[in-house]
Design a protein around this ligand. Structure first.
Ligand code: NDP
Length: 333
């Protein structure tokens, strides 16, 4: 039974050496416990924050202890009356092939609703992040211009499509020509910009948004965001969801002072953590599932196969190797 532990805290960009594999026997079950077989493991940008020991909204991973995160797992054996063998659950679980669990905090998944992996993506944390960050914070109106950075990722793809559903003009910013083509041709974005090859991001954003920007959903921060701030309209709404361009910085980022722009544009800028909206998750997940089912939301995953590939799949997030939600398939059901 393999487990992935945090071997050391990264300085700057994490590497495979920051992780360590360990083999152990699966312990015998006690009364009330279940043995979980990991099926899909989610790798997410926020885990970079947990690899460092800086104080944040989730406690850091401990060196020498398992890394953990969102996992879809199947109950392989059960001594727990409420979780029968064969049940599928979603939980915050260690990066481990088989884990023993007391059942608390696991969410049962109905395998008939959608493919199991969707519960780590569009119907799970990233989808809910898009839903609340865009619809609740920014309240986009038909005809408005919405810009989303990190547009081809798990959150960004949902944000852009939700904005299209609301009748907005949608501009995405992403890191390759393939992603730009995917956003425009598959997801119906009105414009998309490859920030890695654009000579002047300020001009690119300005020309993609001739009527200015009413809503900005920010997944990345940095120069892409600065370029958007120069274009915001009066009463713009800015949802600060992620700042991935800073996650590997070794010193605080510096740059544009955005306050004078917010002031003169009477704009709203709001940071959030998706768990702020936990009391509304059920209703939102139902709504997202409905849109997936009736084809109004398309969904893309990048699925890497094999437990041993988890660290590499995680590291790939910082190189833009994923389109849509990055997952690792560890075992078949
Ligand atoms: P993604 O699926 O979008 O994967 C990360 C993507 O970020 C990569 O594919 C890459 O795409 C892009 N990226 C990596 N480095 C940089 C960089 N230096 N500058 C610009 N883009 C970069 O991840 P998620 O959809 O899961 O998360 C998106 C953002 O939302 C993250 O910042 C994450 O931390 C945040 N988040 C926040 C939540 C909250 O509660 N507030 C909840 C969930 C996510 P590309 O090829 O375009 O560079």
């Amino acid at each position: 039974n393999k487990t992935i532990l945090l071997a050391s805290r990264p300085k700057g960009l994490p590497t495979k050496e920051n992780f360590r594999f360990e083999e152990s026997e699966v312990p015998a079950l006690q009364d009330g416990e279940v043995l979980l077989k990991a099926l899909y493991v989610s790798v997410d940008p926020y885990m970079r924050g947990r690899m460092s020991d800086a104080k944040s909204y989730v406690p850091p991973f401990e060196v020498g202890q398992p890394v953990s995160g969102g996992v879809v797992a199947e109950v392989e054996e059960s001594k727990n009356n409420s979780l029968a063998k064969g049940a599928v659950v979603l939980g915050n679980l260690p990066w481990q092939q088989y884990s023993v669990h007391n059942g608390h905090g696991l969410t049962r998944i109905n395998p008939d609703v959608a493919p199991l992996s969707y519960h780590l993506g569009i119907l799970g944390m990233p989808g809910l992040t898009a839903y609340f960050g865009l619809l609740t914070i920014c309240d986009p109106k038909a005809g408005e211009t919405v810009v989303v950075s990190g547009a081809a990722g798990a959150v960004g793809t949902v944000v852009g499509q939700l904005a299209k559903l609301k009748g907005c003009r949608v501009v995405g910013v992403a890191g390759s020509d393939e992603k730009v083509a995917y956003l425009k041709e598959q997801l119906g974005f009105d414009e998309a910009i490859n920030y890695k090859t654009t000579a002047n991001i300020n001009e690119a954003i300005a020309s993609a948004c001739p009527d200015g920007v009413d809503v900005y959903f920010d997944n990345v921060g940095g120069e892409i965001s600065d370029a958007v701030y120069f274009c915001i309209n009066k009463h713009a709404r800015i949802s600060v969801c992620g700042q991935i361009s800073y996650y590997n910085n070794t010193r605080p980022a510096t740059g544009l002072r955005v306050e004078p722009i917010l002031l003169t544009k009477s704009a709203l800028m709001k940071g959030f953590i998706v768990s702020d909206y936990a009391s509304e998750f059920e209703q939102a997940a139902r709504e997202l599932a409905g849109w997936v089912k009736n084809g109004k939301l398309q969904y893309q995953e990048t699925i890497t196969v094999g437990f041993d590939q988890i660290p590499q799949a995680f590291l790939g997030l910082f190189a833009g190797e994923n389109t849509g939600k990055q997952l690792v398939m560890v075992a078949e059901r």
